[in-house]
Design a binder for this molecule. Structure first.
Ligand SMILES: [Ca+2]
Ligand SMILES: [Ca+2]
Length: 82
């Protein structure tokens, strides 16, 4: 039982840094937030990129924070990068 818990913990720990890495890729100028320009550059094939960006920007400050991006990934609003 203990082994299973450790294994589950490892899976969670592994998926979080991968997400953080995606966010770093999106944040082209490394200022800690992702603008619509950076976002659309990262997803050139996403048709409704502006709509997705607006939906992900939950505090409507015009940029996506790490928290907003993680929430958007978790709700599958944003497709995960390959
Ligand atoms: Ca940025
Ligand atoms: Ca925001």
């Amino acid at each position: 039982m203990k082994k299973l818990l450790i294994l589950t913990g490892t899976i969670v720990a592994l998926s979080a840094p991968a997400m953080a890495q995606d966010i770093m890729i999106l944040d082209a100028n490394s200022d800690g937030v992702v603008t619509l320009e950076e976002f659309s550059a990262a997803y050139p094939s996403l048709e409704n990129v502006e709509q997705v960006f607006t939906a992900a920007d939950t505090d409507t400050d015009g940029v996506l924070s790490q928290e907003e991006l993680i929430a958007a990934y978790e709700s599958h609003l944003i497709p995960e990068m390959e």
